[in-house]
Design a protein around this ligand. Structure first.
Ligand SMILES: O=C(O)[C@H](CS(=O)(=O)O)OP(=O)(O)O
Ligand code: MG
Length: 250
């Protein structure tokens, strides 16, 4: 499996298979939203788009990073979101790095969004898919965010079938600039346990697949193959992922 690790701005063309990594905090938050019952997450292009979607669908939950703001229901914090009851809800998420990275690869045939909390489930989908080339979008700090790069490299090892010790990867994330900013209050809309929650390896059993639906980029949890894994079959299985997820409706 050939792998590339690129910042969002470094992407050229449309990758076939993309894994968009944002450990702190967009895709840790997304995973918590699904764990709390959310049915789907619409990835918004801008704050204005998020608010427009919320205006059209008042029952949707609008979520942004940074400080709380008028019109938004939630912030990009796993610690603050983990007590919310999101059963059956649609969340609209807009963040500085994570959601932007996924929208940059919206035309890829398979888009997985990931952090450490869904690392193994993500690697399992990649092994099952058997892609020849996987592009990891390292969303933070123009592709240099240590927490995202460490997570991407860990998932890549696991996707290749490597039996690698996660400790050093998690340590890199724990000592990253993002972790420091979260721990010292530089990043707004934060909870004291956010860093720890972002470093919970394999906290959730599902992967997260983003795909276009009715003109929107929609993220949904994907249970993926259960062991024993099917051999890598190619594009047919990608479309099956999409079809089965779309069939959930909503
Ligand atoms: O919420 C986050 O941690 C960051 C934004 S900021 O650095 O706090 O402004 O967003 P993300 O897209 O999740 O990296
Ligand atoms: Mg980030």
């Amino acid at each position: 499996m050939k792998t590339r690790f690129l910042g969002t701005a470094e992407l050229v063309g449309t990758p076939s298979v993309a894994v968009v990594v944002d450990v702190m905090r967009a895709y840790t938050v997304a995973a918590w939203a699904f764990a709390r019952g959310a049915e789907r997450i619409v990835l918004a292009w801008s704050l204005d788009d998020a608010l427009a979607l919320k205006a059209r669908h008042p029952a949707w939950i609008a979520l942004k990073d940074g400080a709380p703001a008028p019109g938004f229901d939630a912030v990009n914090s796993p610690g603050l979101l983990r007590a919310a009851d999101l059963t059956g809800r649609t969340v609209v998420q807009k963040t500085t790095a994570g959601t932007v990275g996924a929208l940059a690869v919206e035309d890829a045939s398979l888009v997985l969004c990931a952090g450490f909390v869904v690392a193994e489930a993500t690697a399992r989908v990649l092994r099952w898919h058997g892609a020849e080339e996987v592009t990891y979008v390292v969303t933070g700090e123009e592709g240099r965010a240590e927490e995202d790069l460490a997570c991407a490299q860990y998932i890549a090892h696991r996707a290749a079938g490597g039996d690698t010790d996660p400790a050093s990867y998690l340590r890199r994330a724990a000592t990253s600039r993002a972790a420091h900013e979260l721990a010292t209050g530089v990043r707004r809309g934060a909870h004291p346990e956010d860093v720890a929650l972002c470093l919970e390896l394999d906290r959730f059993p599902f992967a997260m697949v983003a795909a276009p639906e009715d003109g929107l980029m929609v993220l949904r949890p994907h249970d993926g193959p259960t062991p024993p894994e099917a051999p890598g079959p190619g594009a047919d299985h990608v479309s099956r992922i999409r079809v089965s997820e779309t069939d959930k409706g909503g």
